[in-house]
Design a protein around this ligand. Structure first.
Ligand code: ATP
Ligand code: MG
Length: 266
């Protein structure tokens, strides 16, 4: 009964019985195409995560159910230690749940091996963190180009795309600057450009404005909102700031590893 109720919340886009027995590849393809039309980009079902520290278990996530549709901008709030970053790591395929299911773009990532997980991550997800995580002795342009090297894009196209995106972020006159020669807000814009250069459908941001003053925070947030509206990038954003969360389409609150749906932002 519990299982049936759960499936009711996450309706399967195609009845499984239509797929020929053992025809997993076809199933994955059909599911993928179908997912592109109707399924949520993110679907978590009863996700649990525990950490064991010196023999003591910390139950960081206690049964998370969450569906995020394509094109949503979702803010996640909650006190320190409530599990926000743990959830983000799972959403970003940097970590796996102990139990429960995670479907990303219609595909169950809980069944993938490390290589498949890394490929999915590279193709689907851009990350931005509080600490920017830029390469220190590397110019803004090179920082933004790096993910395209891994994606196998040719040098000339890499340059052109990185340059164009940095210009769009208002950093056209800072291409050769290394991070220490940039302000916090500028560094975060470089980090944002680096996260978006591969054109991922999903952007995950863990307190992206946590190290910035309120004016610079607002600028970064404007950029995120614009990306969401104009390009349809799905964004999941962790923030401590009500003012930021209010601009999201939906606010969720984590409390001691559980999620309350705060409903649409007012
Ligand atoms: N690698 C780890 N090993 C052991 N315990 C961990 C680990 N990572 C997180 N935890 C614990 O899991 C719980 C959730 O941590 P998490 O980092 O997800 O919180 P958070 O909501 O992001 O907090 P903050 O707002 O301070 O960033 C905390 O009690 C934390 O101590
Ligand atoms: Mg955190």
């Amino acid at each position: 009964m519990k299982g049936a109720a759960r499936h009711g919340r996450f309706p399967h886009p195609i009845p499984l019985r239509r797929v020929g027995e053992g025809d997993f590849e076809r199933a994955a393809r059909v599911f993928h195409v179908n997912a592109g039309v109707s399924a949520p980009l993110i679907e978590l079902e009863a996700v649990h995560k525990r950490y064991l520290m010196d023999g003591v278990a910390v139950h960081a996530l206690r049964g998370i159910d969450l569906a995020v549709a394509r094109g949503e901008l979702v803010a996640i709030m909650g006190p320190s230690g409530s599990g926000k970053s743990t959830l983000m790591h799972i959403l970003g395929c940097l970590d796996v749940p102990d139990s429960g299911r995670y479907r990303l773009d219609g595909i169950d990532v809980t069944e993938m091996d490390a290589d498949a997980l890394a490929r999915t991550r590279n193709r689907t997800i851009g990350f931005v963190f509080q600490g920017f995580n830029l390469l220190a002795r590397t110019s803004a342009l090179d920082n933004v180009e790096t993910p395209l090297i891994y994606a196998g894009v040719a040098k000339r196209e890499r340059r052109a795309r990185a340059r164009a995106l940095l210009e769009r972020m208002g950093l056209g006159d800072r291409l050769g600057h290394v991070p220490s020669q940039l302000s916090g807000g500028q560094q975060q814009r470089v980090a944002l450009a680096r996260a978006l250069i591969t054109r991922p459908p999903l952007l995950l941001a863990d307190e992206p404005t946590g190290n910035l003053d309120s004016r610079t925070s607002a600028e970064i947030l404007d950029l995120l909102v614009e990306l969401n509206r104009s390009e349809g990038v799905t964004i999941v954003l962790i923030t401590h700031e009500e003012a930021i969360a209010r601009r999201a389409g939906r606010r969720l609150r984590l409390s001691d590893g559980r999620l309350d749906d705060g409903g649409p932002a007012r």
